[in-house]
Design a binder for this molecule. Structure first.
Ligand SMILES: Cc1cc2nc3c(=O)[nH]c(=O)nc-3n(C[C@H](O)[C@H](O)[C@H](O)COP(=O)(O)O)c2cc1C
Length: 308
């Protein structure tokens, strides 16, 4: 069955959950425009998550998902909250979702976990996932080690459930490429950072627009937590600490609070400006609806040109 029918959406575009960022306004706008909007749970209290779920339901009648971050400090209560609030779809990241699968599936929730390799893809399929999301290391934020071109086809060959390709999707041509590699849909994060409905500070958005294609770096890999972010004074210092063999405590002390500094206060020098490798295509601020329409129009044009 096609992913769009499975999720009851118009376009095979999922907006990636983004901690501190993808709250009700963005998720609701994406769903209303025919994609699958995703409310992030990262950085929100249980009460804030509940309020945001209710607010999305006011914005749209269409399907949406909650991104359950397995590292959430109140993960057990969060796992129950999504059941109590009647959430229909869950994406998950930042840990192992398998311990919660049974209760979610019993409650009728459809689970779309993030997976990083074939072994995990097979495990979530066996546990009853509706689909799985493979995120290539081109993506913004916390990343795995494998890249889309090499790994996506292997994941698609290994499982029967639909595979969604995340990381590096900024144009319709890339959606078509993901389809050719075997994916049934895409998850888009960084592109939605430039949505009008996205609450990140205007300085963050302008920093992305002005960045060069080669401006992302990965920090934290030496501690096993690689994060793709746009380079600035903070990343220079973090990379210096890593090169000098600093302890994780020293590294964390410098990185602490940097997300809020960039997103809320607009400090693009010392804040963490997370984004993926498609900076060349982060050109302007647009309504979420227009981002989705542009992506789908480009996709259709690219498909038609292949058949010429
Ligand atoms: C600023 C930012 C924050 C993110 N936060 C989360 C998160 O809280 N949970 C999650 O599962 N993925 C998170 N991601 C990953 C996205 O959901 C998505 O998979 C990724 O952005 C796709 O790659 P792209 O940035 O190239 O589009 C984040 C990505 C970005 C850019």
């Amino acid at each position: 069955m096609k992913l769009t029918s499975l999720l009851n959406i118009d376009y095979p575009i999922i907006q990636g959950g983004m901690a501190h960022i993808s709250r009700a306004d963005l998720a609701g706008a994406v769903s209303q425009a025919g994609g699958l909007g995703v409310l992030a749970s990262g950085g929100l209290s249980l009460e804030e998550i509940r309020e945001n779920i209710r607010r999305i339901k006011e914005i749209t009648q269409k399907p949406f998902a909650v991104n359950v971050v397995l590292l959430h400090p109140q993960i057990r209560d969060l796992a129950q909250l999504v059941i109590d609030e009647g959430v229909e779809y869950i994406t998950c990241g930042g840990g192992n979702p398998l311990p919660y699968f049974d209760s979610w599936i019993k409650a009728g929730i459809k689970v779309l976990p993030l997976i990083g390799n074939v072994k995990m893809a097979k495990k979530v399929q066996a546990a009853g996932a509706l689909a799985c999301i493979f995120e290539g290391a081109e993506a913004g934020g916390h990343i795995g080690s494998l890249n889309t071109m090499a790994e996506l086809p292997a994941i698609c060959d290994a499982v029967d459930i639909p595979v969604i390709s995340a990381g590096g999707i900024y144009t319709g041509r890339q959606i078509l490429a993901a389809e050719i590699l075997g994916a049934q849909g895409v998850q888009v994060g960084s592109k939605f950072l430039l949505a009008e409905e996205c609450p990140v500070h205007i300085n963050y958005k302008n920093y992305l627009i002005n960045a060069l294609d080669s401006d992302t770096v990965v920090t934290g890999a030496s501690f096993g937590h690689p994060v793709r972010v746009v380079k600035n004074r903070l990343t220079d210092q973090l990379q210096k600490l890593e090169a000098e063999g600093a302890s994780q405590e020293e590294f964390n002390a410098m990185a602490r609070g940097a997300g809020g500094l960039a997103c809320d206060q607009g400090d693009t020098e010392w804040g963490s400006v997370m984004a993926g490798q498609g900076l060349a295509y982060l050109e302007k601020i647009q309504p979420a609806r227009e981002i989705i329409q542009d992506l789908m129009n480009q996709y259709k044009e690219a498909k038609a040109s292949l058949l010429k």
